[in-house]
Design a protein around this ligand. Structure first.
Ligand code: ZN
Length: 64
């Protein structure tokens, strides 16, 4: 018999990135992502995930 693997979901990220606490941009993106999920808009949610991942944080605890 073939080995049992769990199904692979192509094109879907394994996990959603966590917004950085204290970062207004990340928190806003995370909120938009939650709204997109609530609306069943996974493509929009995925876009927000990319933005959260790419948002630079040179000094995470020195935001403002
Ligand atoms: Zn951020």
């Amino acid at each position: 018999m073939a080995r049992t693997c769990h199904p692979v979901h192509l094109g879907e990220p394994a996990a959603d990135p966590e917004p950085v606490p204290g970062c207004d941009v990340c928190m806003a993106l995370a909120r938009q992502r939650a709204e997109a999920y609530a609306n069943g808009d996974k493509s929009k949610a995925s876009d927000r995930n990319i933005e959260i991942r790419r948002h630079p944080h040179p000094h995470p605890k020195a935001v403002r």
